[in-house]
Design a protein. Structure first.
Length: 264
């Protein structure tokens, strides 16, 4: 079980995670935060589950969440900026996870917009949800799942997913990793709120972007197309160069990208 005392000590002075909800078994930590938000939980409240019985992935998929090995956590944000900017927090979380994993000694990179990968295999997924309140305000839930100490993966995802332990060949302390992620997130979130966009984080994000200068296939519902990813703009849209030289900003809400030779 994640040790509350240890985590609290590591999060001393960190503005994010001062309110911690820790549960041994939960349906989904995103749901824990949704329930907490309805009870007026404060900005930066974090819910951690040792095991999730109904973990949610992106695009309606499930996030299989076995106990004892990984990190499943969600955070409540009550942003000061307008809701149309909220999707940027998901890139901020990807950057925070990638940094914390790098601090732990692994070469984490980001697959736009928010998967964290090591040697081309996914180690972390992020699900961001936006909820509007009756008073017209809104809140954001960022749910993050990191494959930390899991050693076995089902055959069908073995080429696409890995864990930190499998990459580093040694167990990773989950409390230290989580505290590292929350600390980086807090720093980066200050940049986001200060600038109102990702302008202060763009270069750093691009320095870890696995897709940078790589051929990508843009899976647009109106028709897939191929191009070269040249970075992100201040809103976090992926800038993709068409074969005719024009550059299109691709918005994560509508499309996803994949490498032309596989997952990244
Ligand atoms: C993805 O599909 O890549 C996103 C996966 C997000 C999983 C995390 S685990 C913690 C939080 N609670 C959930 O139910 N989902 C997110």
């Amino acid at each position: 079980m994640i040790e509350r005392k240890r985590l609290e000590a590591l999060l001393k002075d960190c503005p994010i995670g001062q309110q911690l909800i820790l549960r041994e078994v939960t349906d989904s930590t995103n749901l824990d935060i949704q329930r907490a938000a309805q009870e007026n939980a404060v900005h930066g409240t974090v819910a951690v589950g040792e095991q999730q019985t109904a973990g949610k992935g992106r695009r309606g998929r499930a996030w299989v969440s076995p106990p004892g090995e990984n990190l499943y956590f969600s955070m409540l944000l009550l942003p000061e900026f307008d809701a149309d900017r909220a999707s940027m927090v998901t890139l901020v979380m990807a950057l925070a996870v990638a940094r914390a994993v790098r601090d732990a000694g692994m070469d984490a990179e980001i697959k736009w917009p928010n998967d964290v990968v090591i040697r081309g295999k996914k180690v972390c997924g992020i699900l961001t949800e936006l909820y509007f309140k009756e008073d017209g305000g809104y809140y954001v839930i960022i749910g993050t799942g990191i494959n930390v100490n899991q050693r076995e993966f089902p055959e069908e995802i073995r080429t696409k997913a890995t864990s930190l332990r499998n990459e580093k060949q040694e167990p990773i302390c989950r409390e230290e990793l989580l505290a590292g992620v929350l600390r980086w997130f807090s720093t980066y979130y200050d940049s986001l709120t200060g600038n109102g966009d990702l302008s202060g984080l763009r270069r750093e994000y691009e320095s870890l972007l696995v897709n940078l200068n790589a051929q990508v296939e843009v899976l647009d519902p109106k028709g897939a197309w191929k191009g070269v990813a040249e970075g992100i703009d201040d809103k976090g849209e992926l800038l993709v160069r068409h074969e005719n030289g024009s550059i299109e900003a691709v918005y994560a809400g509508e499309v996803s990208v994949r490498g032309i030779y596989g997952y990244v």
